[in-house]
Ligand binder design. Structure first.
Ligand SMILES: C[S@@+](CC[C@H](N)C(=O)[O-])C[C@H]1O[C@@H](n2cnc3c(N)ncnc32)[C@H](O)[C@@H]1O
Length: 443
């Protein structure tokens, strides 16, 4: 495939898909990179995003649809051209089929030789003529769910064990639906009602979320709002707003955020502290600390300092040795946010959760030593994997008999509730990501 660019949304999407295959980075980061490099602008940005995510989301299903029409092995990029075309034919109704075929043939002609464009044309015409193969030919329910929703079988099996078949099916289908745009209103700068009014006058459709600062906005890209630039809101999924509430903060407290970058929850803590007290925001990666500073500055929070360090050895670098509140928003497998990074379904390995659980427990043990008596430790992840959630907490509680689970504030009762034995779990739902949070208090 030529690395030269055509500068159109389909070609740019193809570059993202190829780079995802090479495991270069997550799709959301590659999308932004290629959108800029290919100079994709205006409504083409939306088309490029839709083609990239849609094709990735349904990759295994698209391969099942294409299988009867392909003989022999194809080059990777040709496979992506075909998947992208079949995605548009099957899942989108606004692009006429002849235009989809024509665009795919043009892409193949540009990046390959005449034989390749002939093949793409032939496969797509045969697909249009003969129609979509039926899932009824797949007799095994697990295999069928895997192909229909495009998730590896091992991943579904884990969830079936934890939540049952029906819930797993709901999760898998939800993972293929685009999330809403959710914002957290910066109540230090604007009231919820004034924010709703201002956003509506900018042309957004606005709906209140469950948590007090959360609004779901549609119609335009939230980051283009004047209110965003002036720090009157930040973009954050509603589930990610749970940990700051779980900390049960009081003005003037000292807080340690142990896995803080890019600062989504650090700034929420600052908001609930009403810019009082102090937050130490720590992250392993020094280059990510600038995002915490940028976010804090835009939103107007000043009581935050950052430290680059491994949270497992945080005591060695921190001057302050005891904190009133500690948040461990741990590095995790991220299975609650698959709808935002669909490539994760194919990149992750069954053993990832075990490896992460060891890191998570080590961070929690360090947090324990830094927590004041009577202090509250909140552990959160954006995964739905029990190995990284209540099983880590079980192990932690066995090691520290003076730590006890604390009830979460009343606002949590209105949120959906998954199946965790300890803490609050949310399985992916239309308005929020899959998430886990638990609050523990030191005696
Ligand atoms: C789930 S993200 C945190 C998101 C952040 N709390 C927010 O709300 O914006 C996990 C973070 O942990 C960091 N991390 C990974 N391993 C770490 C370690 N051993 N010590 C400290 N931070 C770590 C990653 O760099 C990543 O930024």
């Amino acid at each position: 495939m030529k690395r030269k660019q055509l500068g159109n949304p389909r070609d740019a999407a193809l570059f993202v898909l190829m780079d995802v295959d090479k495991n270069q980075a997550y799709s959301n980061l590659l999308l932004t990179k290629h959108m800029n490099q290919h100079k994709i602008a205006g409504i083409d940005k939306g088309l490029m995003t839709e083609l990239t995510y849609g094709t990735l989301q349904h990759k295994m299903t698209l391969d099942f649809f294409l299988a009867p029409f392909i003989k022999g092995k194809l080059e990777n990029w040709v496979q992506w051209v075909l998947r992208m075309a079949v995605y548009q034919i099957h899942y989108l109704d606004r692009i006429p089929n002849h235009a989809v075929v024509n665009e795919a043939v043009q892409l193949a002609k540009y990046h390959g030789h005449k034989g390749v464009s002939g093949l793409v044309n032939g496969v797509l015409r045969a697909f249009l003529r003969e129609g979509v193969p039926s899932f009824d030919s797949i007799k095994d329910p697990l295999e069928r769910l895997s192909i229909e929703t495009s998730h590896p079988e091992w991943m579904l099996e884990n969830w079936i064990q934890a939540f049952g078949f029906e819930k797993t099916e709901q999760i898998a289908r939800q993972n293929n639906v685009a999330p809403p745009q959710t914002i957290r209103v910066n109540t230090m700068k604007i009231s919820i009602d004034d924010a709703i009014q201002a956003l509506e006058s900018e042309g957004f459709t606005v709906r209140k979320g469950i948590l007090p600062e959360s609004l779901h906005v549609a119609g335009k890209t939230a980051a283009t709002s004047a209110l965003f630039a002036s720090g009157q809101f930040t973009i954050q999924d509603e589930s990610s707003m749970m940990p700051a509430h779980a900390l049960q903060l009081e003005k003037g407290m000292s807080v340690l955020d142990m896995c803080a970058a890019p600062g989504g929850k650090t700034t929420h803590i600052a908001q609930l502290l009403a810019n009082t007290g102090h937050i130490t925001a720590l992250d392993l990666h020094e280059n990510k600390l600038k995002y915490i500073h940028e976010n804090a500055e835009r939103l107007g929070f000043t009581h935050i300092s950052t430290v680059a360090a491994d949270a497992r050895q945080a005591q060695e670098v921190l001057e302050q040795k005891q904190f009133d509140r500690i948040l461990v928003d741990a590095p995790c497998s991220g299975y609650g946010v698959i709808r935002r990074k669909p490539d994760m379904k194919y990149a992750k390995k069954p053993q990832d959760a075990e490896r992460l659980a060891t890191i998570q427990l080590a961070i929690l043990n360090e947090a324990y030593s830094l927590l004041s008596p009577g202090g509250i430790l909140v552990y959160s992840t954006c995964t739905i994997e029990p190995t990284e959630n209540d099983e880590v907490i079980d192990a932690f509680l066995q090691l520290h008999q003076d730590m006890q689970e604390l009830s979460l504030p009343d606002v949590f009762t209105a949120l959906p509730h998954g199946a965790a034995k300890v803490g609050h779990q949310v399985l992916p739902y239309p308005d929020g990501d899959g998430f886990y949070v638990v609050a523990l208090q030191k005696a």
